[in-house]
Ligand binder design. Structure first.
Ligand SMILES: [Fe+2]
Length: 278
């Protein structure tokens, strides 16, 4: 099949923004920088205690709610809002909520620790973090995933902004995050080799999405179209927690063995409120 390489248009960040801050301990001020659009991303190395990694990973693989569909690139526990209507997402989130809790409620869970830390940092500016909701129903707390797709990328290049423009999700408060920054959070509890985070210096605009037919999904962007752009490749290891601006095109490159992460997305809806979803 012949495919035309489309030149991507959008916004690019300057040099001092387009980098990851790296620390050996959690620093929630840096996460707030990502939420406020003051920096691209931050990675905290080896901050999940080994026992918590192991426990959480075991709970994930043992979960009766773990799903794997043939032809899809991952095993997962949780629900995702991508490419569906709000009602379906919130229904799926409710159905799986108890199972997600069983995984993330492991002792010394990074999910609890991290959210508590973000919440305390937010409190200093009069804001707080909670799960997104609609009509009394709550978004999913986390998506726990293990990638096993072969090829150049185990997760194809995409961005997390387009999926918040889906008209089937009109009125869902996560769409208000589009006026602020989208912050993707990942906690790696199991990892053997490869599976770097790749991030390209472009925030595609709607014109680009339209020409690719991915206005509502933000996936996939062809590797050839990204080839000329500045990129970062970040080694991810077991025990790391990282957060970054999900509006920039990003991917996970090839990995061997399991790469299991606990993830969610979060962003401000107004100066006092940060909501999270999956
Ligand atoms: Fe993403």
């Amino acid at each position: 099949m012949q495919q035309r390489t489309i030149r991507l248009s959008g916004r690019q960040a300057d040099q001092d923004f387009f980098r990851f801050e790296e620390r050996g301990e959690l620093d929630y001020g840096l996460v707030l920088d990502v939420l406020h659009g003051r920096r691209l991303g931050v990675i905290f190395r080896d901050v999940i205690p080994p026992a918590a990694r192991k426990d959480l990973t075991e709970r994930f693989w043992a979960s009766p709610a773990r799903q794997h569909r043939e032809g899809e690139p991952s095993h997962y526990v949780g629900a995702y809002h991508w490419n569906k209507d709000t009602d379906t997402y919130l229904g799926e989130a409710a159905e799986v909520a108890e199972h997600v809790r069983k995984v993330i409620d492991a002792p010394d869970s990074p999910w609890h620790l991290f959210r508590q830390g973000v919440n305390e940092a937010l409190r200093e500016e009069g804001a707080s973090l909670r799960m997104a909701r609609m009509n009394g129903r709550s978004a999913c707390a986390a998506l726990i995933r293990a990638w096993d797709k072969e090829g150049d990328f185990s997760l194809d290049p995409h961005e997390d902004e387009a999926q918040c423009k889906d008209p089937r999700q009109a009125g869902f408060e996560i769409q208000r995050v589009l006026d602020h920054q989208i912050c993707a959070v990942n906690m790696c509890t199991e990892h053997s080799d490869g599976g770097r985070l790749v991030i390209w210096n472009i925030r595609p605009d709607d014109e680009t999405r339209r020409s690719l037919g991915i206005e509502r999904t933000g996936l996939p962007y062809a590797a050839e179209a990204l080839a000329d752009l500045e990129e970062l490749r970040l080694e991810i290891r077991e025990g790391d927690i990282y957060a970054f601006n999900g509006a920039f095109v990003h991917a996970v490159d090839a990995n061997t063995g399991n790469r299991t992460t606990v993830s969610f997305i979060m962003g401000f809806t107004d100066p006092r409120t940060v909501v999270s979803w999956t």
